[in-house]
Design a protein around this ligand. Sequence first.
Ligand code: IPE
Ligand code: MG
Length: 232
Amino acid sequence: MDGNGRWATQRNKYRTSGHKAGVKAVRKTIRQASKLDVKWLTLFAFSSENWSRPKKEVSMLMELFTRALKKEVPELHDNGVRLNFIGDLSRFSEGLRKRIKQVADLTKNNHKMVLTIAVNYGGRWDILQASKKLAELIQNQQVAIESITEEQFSQYLSMSDIPSPDLLIRTGGEQRISNFLLWQMAYTELLFSSVLWPDFDEECLEQAVHTYQQRERRFGKTPIQIKEENNA
Ligand code: IPE
Ligand code: MG
């Protein structure tokens, strides 16, 4: 979700108001995704690199996040959304960590949609923490190095219980992954939109899904093979 700051600057407003408008776009997107029967929606809310922003902006983002957690959860829970959080939560305040755990526990049996919020998340961090867990198991002789497969390695990553994303949408015009789900996005379709995040709405999401549906996913195979599979 990129472009909050520019959205605000274009309107001669503080970046803060861009982030506030961004929260509204999040609300719209979740509702619309649920309407479109999206089963897994993952939002990159705060990267491990975002801590290097001005202190004021960081604390304002934390405040917005805390407030949104309070305000939005009842409706999400009512609508069958399970909330899942990924990222290094150790850097957050104890209160926020507690709240995150409460929300995850409260919604854990919901099945309409899994909404994953990536906070203080980094794709490299994820791969590293998985490697460390595995290294420990190897050291304790609970896992043999030769037996490690890609599938097994994936089990130690943050999104182990969620399928790899089909589609990545990055708003704000930048065409890069910025340390998001690196391992999980090996075969993800990428869609870069110049729309600034606060302007992202129901129609944008629908359009993105439509574009995705026009893509041919071959996973290394030839177009003829894919055609034959589809006709089978
Ligand atoms: C995305 O918008 C929000 C967060 C990273 C929290 P930005 O704040 O990056 O907006 P721009 O890129 O400055 O426009
Ligand atoms: Mg940005």
